[in-house]
Design a binder for this molecule. Sequence first.
Ligand SMILES: Nc1nc2c(ncn2[C@@H]2O[C@H](COP(=O)(O)OP(=O)(O)O)[C@@H](O)[C@H]2O)c(=O)[nH]1
Ligand SMILES: [Mg+2]
Length: 183
Amino acid sequence: MMVFRIIVTGSFNSGKTEFIKQISEIEPITTDKPVTEQDLKEIKALTTVALDFGRLTIDDDIIIHLYATPGQERFDFIYPLLLKNALAVIILGDITDEKSLKDITKYYRKFYNLKRLPTVVALTKTDLDNKVQQEKIDEYLSSLPKDVPIKMINATDKEDVKKTVLLALQMLLESDEDQEEIV
Ligand SMILES: Nc1nc2c(ncn2[C@@H]2O[C@H](COP(=O)(O)OP(=O)(O)O)[C@@H](O)[C@H]2O)c(=O)[nH]1
Ligand SMILES: [Mg+2]
């Protein structure tokens, strides 16, 4: 059995907690909940810095652990720690919030500079009416590499969230194959 760790990041209010809540088969650990479950020992230390954690069983062989990054910059020290065990990154951006969309590139660079991992961008709240103009969205996302997929999702919708996680899983499995070919 393998555990794949995926990081969920993005600005405050972009839907990280909601994303993990939708997909986790355990009661997700969030900022306001203490650790209770036995199998969550490994992140016990991390929860003190306001980290969301969820778990998803794909099949007998694959389990996914999802970690949402804390919002406050004073917790930035946790990024390298999280990345040490992570295999993919999902960056969320709120499609109704310009700042959140601008932040996507910031988060992409932040993680890319620490470790190069398969990355998926998901624009959340696409079910809402007050979306940012398409030209602006295009502008804010224009500097992302073309191989970074951009999905439109509703983070309160379980299926949307699941598809996003499965895309990240697929990308990391493919990147694994690439590495084996090089070797
Ligand atoms: N309608 C709608 N609401 C969303 C969506 N994503 C997040 N929300 C709501 O937006 C608010 C902020 O989301 P949250 O997950 O707490 O953001 P976080 O700060 O990134 O953890 C919550 O009330 C969510 O339920 C979405 O895709 N659609
Ligand atoms: Mg949150």
